[in-house]
Design a protein around this ligand. Sequence first.
Ligand code: ADP
Length: 397
Amino acid sequence: MFSKSSPQSLGEGDTPVQADFPSFARFSRDRLSASDVYLSNSVTEKAMIVIDVKELSKRYEQTVAVKNCNLQVASGEILALLGPSGSGKTTLLRLIAGFERPDEGQIIINDRTVVGIARLVWVPAENRGVGMVFQDYALFPHLTVAQNIRFGLRNTSRKERQTRVQQLLQLMELMPCADRYAHELSGGQQQRVALARALAPRPPVVLLDEPFNGLDPELRPQMRREVARILRHLGTAAILVTHDQEEALGIADQVAVIRDGELQQIGTPEDIYYCPATDFVASFIGQADFVPGIVSGQHVRTEIGVFPSPPHIPPGPVKVMIRHEAVTSKPGGIPATVEEREFLGGEILYRLRLPSGATIHLEQRRPVHWAVGYQVPIKVHLPNVVAFPDSSSEKSR
Ligand code: ADP
């Protein structure tokens, strides 16, 4: 798994120039100057694998919290770990951070094995080069913003500490709050201080545990864009734990979906959305309905049409995934009865019942009012058919 774009770096013969640390508001993935790069963590040309997790497992008595997990994150890449509550996200993050010991597996950070059971390697959390941002920010209440950021720099010279703190205050647009205490900051500012403190020692890896949870919902999209921009600019590899799919799809280069401790799929947000590997991923990510079908030869037959059969699906009963946006109303289409109507502002969501009893949803962007019971002729457009073998249908036959 490599990021599609790696952080830029100095070309041969370029001279690093010391410069003011630019404000993050001006950052762009496409507009990095040599001076910006001098201040970043990474000066390598290609995105390298910074986090490599191999066959990692962790059990708490009867509970398998993490089962045989494999994942890789490259420099400058953000991986969102997404799953329902209790699926093992926090445990996986804590294993990588060094707060928990795995039962099996290996973790390599920046080319150094930090956990390897077979070789009995154990590098403690503080020596792993990992920055942590917690849900509650965990700022020191008796320290100012500048002192909180400086905290992570205890082993550097006084001058270096001062320079780095100034850089981060500027990067995070926290200059005006440098002397304030945590209780004098807004949620967004506290979040930026927590991130600044984690990034101060230039860790190659940052782990973020539901970092936007404490923010007002309307602040979150802007904040996550800013955090993503900073991490990418610095070339820091990041794992972000979230249960919010919009956040995961919006911020991440790679999304890893976890369920009952097992990674179900890792891929780009587009892969996960359009080509889910399991019906759990299909229904967990985005809105999906399933209609029954039968695969036979090159086709899958359903009551809403005959579609090309997806590869690797054996003949027999299947569930065909239908995203809401695939359904439109069209004269002469298959009749579907309106069961429920929900006004969502920019669109109206209709739940429709098909002749077989299966339900399907249609998003109507035009202000068309169909009453409950009205028959809507529908058409389903499926350029890429996604289907899963339907074992329940197999049993009931
Ligand atoms: P998530 O972060 O996805 O909500 P967790 O990683 O916190 O999930 O938990 C995964 C599973 O491991 C859950 O069943 C949880 O109850 C269990 N678990 C987590 N930590 C402990 C612990 N310290 N002791 C016992 N069980 C735990």
